[in-house]
Design a protein around this ligand. Structure first.
Ligand code: CS2
Length: 482
């Protein structure tokens, strides 16, 4: 018999006053940043409630509003055990396209001292190969002309403009996206845009603004409709917006926040387990290359081989050997790990995390937006290897795997639902030519992905890998490589 379950409700009458506006309220931030902030407030206090902003659609707000913005985070253990935690740190959710004015008002409110972001790689509207703002991006073109913006850089610039005109200090911009030197990247996007809109504003931001870099890590697969049903049965109340994640989490934050707020510049993140350091770069390199680099490699090749999730892919002995070889032979030799980190133990721990069968992280989900991810995840590692005279056949195969994937037809001749801001251009280029060499050359010519000097160096090895994939399929190509 179907029983009507009650909705999830807030347990504490008193809510935390807002101090953070978060742009891009996806599952990752709700399972990650929100937890750290809530823990910091529980341990050390402070007015750090979070106003979430969806930059695209109303879905998350519509699910969260009837339950007063409270939701469940479910950590999933390898043995099938689950821990449910109710998160109450969200104060409100705004939907930018519906009411950009409300978003700017919240960002320029005196109580807002930090704006955090998880807008994904493409949300910075930059050129992935160079890190500069793409002024030809339609949202940036719009934001140059209109005081009510659409893009994340646009909201940051217009909100900072309001703060400056009201004599308020800027907020700290704390990006939580998987981009190299992410603090510097968002700073550059903001200064590029402000420089065109209001040059004195750009000078003020350059002097007063703070853009700490961060390394973020927690595997958070998308929630599926049956998860919602299953959890409702388990919890005895209905949450329309739960998020699922692995037990592991790590946040390394550069301790450089706007000084005008004194000791009130940030929540006590250290009390919540975050590491506050002077330089995040070695952590970022490690995480982007070791985790995200192999995630993307497994996603393209695993998908082509017919594997639905990362756990399924690494349960296949061929792919298990492949990912271990990637770490050992191609990735670990390419960078200097942070001091005190045993990088081989880090790789072993990653393998355990990938193998967690409770985490159903789809290869298709990770394969998304490859044009924006490849440079920092894989191409930098390849460049460093080639510069040092080392070959890297595994990563070349991964690049070729991406090229096969974006071609849009899998190994059983079924269509692939390719999600990428450049999908149309990628497919157009592939369809315009016929031989593997030409197809590879056509994609390598995309400077916004490969820059200006990598194409020549990749042409022969990637074409060879692409041919192997076309003739023998992904699994056999991986096996032959080992
Ligand atoms: C993944 C990441 O979707 C992806 O591209 O590689 O989101 C990954 O799960 C996280 O970075 C883990 O911290």
């Amino acid at each position: 018999m179907h029983t009507e379950l009650q909705r999830l409700t807030r347990s504490q009458a008193a809510r935390c006053k807002p101090g953070i506006v978060h742009l891009g309220l996806g599952a990752f931030f709700r399972a990650f940043g929100a937890i750290y902030v809530e823990d910091a407030v529980r341990r050390s206090g402070g007015d750090w409630g979070i106003v979430g902003v969806s930059l695209q659609s109303a879905g998350t707000r519509d699910r969260l509003a009837p339950q007063d913005f409270v939701y469940t985070v479910v950590t999933q253990d390898p043995d099938g055990g689950e821990t449910l935690r109710t998160v109450e740190i969200l104060d409100d959710v705004l939907v930018a396209p519906e009411d950009p004015e409300a978003v700017l008002a919240s960002m320029s409110d005196p109580s807002t001292r930090i704006v955090t972001l998880t807008v994904t790689e493409k949300g910075y509207c930059h050129d992935p190969a160079t890190g500069t703002l793409n002024f030809a991006h339609p949202d940036i073109e719009h934001d140059l002309e209109n005081p009510l913006p659409k893009s994340a850089p646009g909201f940051l610039v217009r909100a900072l403009q309001r703060r400056r005109s009201k004599g308020r200090p800027p907020f700290t911009v704390l990006t939580c996206d998987n981009l190299p030197e992410n603090g510097r990247l968002v700073r550059r996007a903001v200064l590029d845009l402000a420089g065109r809109i209001d040059p004195p504003l750009a000078e003020w931001i350059a002097a007063e603004g703070r853009f700490p870099a961060t390394m973020v890590d927690r595997i958070t697969p998308a929630t599926k409709p049956d998860d919602i049903e299953r959890l409702a049965g388990k919890a005895g109340c209905r949450d329309e917006a739960p998020v699922l994640c692995e037990p592991f989490r790590q946040w390394v934050v550069e301790d450089d926040f706007v000084q005008a707020y004194g000791s009130d510049a940030r929540p006590d993140l250290a009390a919540a387990g975050a590491e506050l350091v002077a330089d995040v770069t070695p952590y970022e390199n490690m995480k982007l290359r070791m985790l995200n680099g192999t995630h993307s490699s497994l996603a393209y090749l695993g998908y082509l081989a017919g594997h639905e999730t990362i756990a399924e892919t690494v349960a296949d002995p061929v792919f298990a050997r492949f990912v271990k070889a990637l770490w050992r032979d191609e990735i670990i030799p390419s960078f200097a790990p942070p001091e005190g980190v045993d990088i081989h133990a880090y790789a072993d721990a990653l393998f355990e995390r990938y193998s967690n069968p409770s985490i159903r992280h789809r290869t298709w989900q990770i394969a998304m937006d490859g044009s924006q991810k490849l440079p920092q995840r894989i191409l930098g590692t390849i460049t460093d290897n080639l510069d040092a005279g080392r070959e890297c056949p595994g990563l070349m195969l991964a690049v070729a795997g991406w090229m096969r994937y974006v071609g849009g037809i899998d190994e059983r001749d079924e269509p692939i639902d390719v999600k990428d801001p450049l999908a149309r251009e990628l497919q157009g280029r592939l369809e315009a030519v016929s031989s593997p060499d030409q197809k590879v050359a056509a994609l390598l010519a995309m400077r916004e992905i490969f820059g200006s000097d990598l194409a020549d160096r990749l042409a022969a090895p990637v074409a060879q890998a692409y041919t192997a994939l076309s003739e023998r399929g992904a699994r056999k190509s991986v096996e032959d490589l080992l």
